[in-house]
Design a binder for this molecule. Sequence first.
Ligand code: GLA
Length: 386
Amino acid sequence: MDLPKQKDIPHLFKNFSGSISVESPGRINFIGEHTDYNMGFVLPTAIDKKIYFELQRNGHSHTCNIYSKTFSSWFSFNLRDFRKSSSNWENYILGVVDEIQKLGKTLDGFDCVINSELPIGAGISSSAALECGLASGLNELFQLNLSKQEIVYLSQAAENNFVGSNCGIMDQYASVMSKKDHLLLLDCLSLEADFIPADFNSCKILLINTGVSHSLAEGEYNTRRRECESALEILQKKYDKVQTLRDVSLEMLQEARDLLNEKQFNRLSFVLSENKRVLKSREHLMAGELQSFGKLMYQSHYGLRDLYEVSCKELDFLVKATEDKSFIHGSRMMGGGFGGCTINLIEEDKIADFEIEISTAYEKQFGIKPEFITVVPGEGTIVNKI
Ligand code: GLA
């Protein structure tokens, strides 16, 4: 069976209804940024904004047709013979299929429609939602018997190996494993997770999208990761017992200062302090101390800006604009950085006025209208048989 002609694919999907549907959420992260690939702690959760999939077998042995309603774009590929595409979103799909097949699992031809309500490049992990949603849908469609954890790993591998972004485990883990109305404290070394009730009293979670897009695959993210790895190697030579950065204390880092260049020292200072902040955050949240928790969010931002150097002027502007507002308890950049959203913990009754004020100021400064997205902590991936 030949691949269908490109122009015929929308027609194929005209009256499409899948036998499996998947709701695959984006994620937010309250604190613990750039700590996942450094074997540290993170505090993310899935949100109520999602990518929706419908899938069904199409009776062919190797032809797959994918239709993105969001992009009004489509493509077909041969399960037995495909290579990297020049179109980024297609690579997330192909990467997942590749990793499933590498596990020795058998897929047959399928059709899939994707519809997303997640803004792209906003730092709320539309990519993990795409990978994990597809992997979960194929798991059900072809009865692959993959555990949730395997879905998390293979989705991360798809991004590392096929897309070329050396991301950590946080996004995929949060997208699949989160529990509604909870935050997920994940130890990225042991992969043990604790669920903390998301109880913010009269506060809401407000994301502000800078409208500045980043592509983590573009290099800076991978560079940060390499800087940390090279610094770790130096510390491993000095200290026998050090296997990961979790074995390094701030005192040891200080002692080894002369062995590291300034960037390496700053990157690690940030990571070690950020891990402490995540654990402290759990204490504050459990005790209902929102203001103290919020202060840690600000400290996280300043570290990401000054030591890890992954912020940008638009993000800094949005965070700064909240500093004198007592009704905002915490604000910081979220995700990989270089654009995307800030996450803000804000008193609900002040949101409307604040949005008007910040929108005007931001537009005046950058000529871009920021986008406001209110989110609530949601459930991880949901798969339904239709
Ligand atoms: C991106 C990556 C994650 C994580 C964050 C930064 O979202 O996909 O693995 O490293 O950046 O915390």
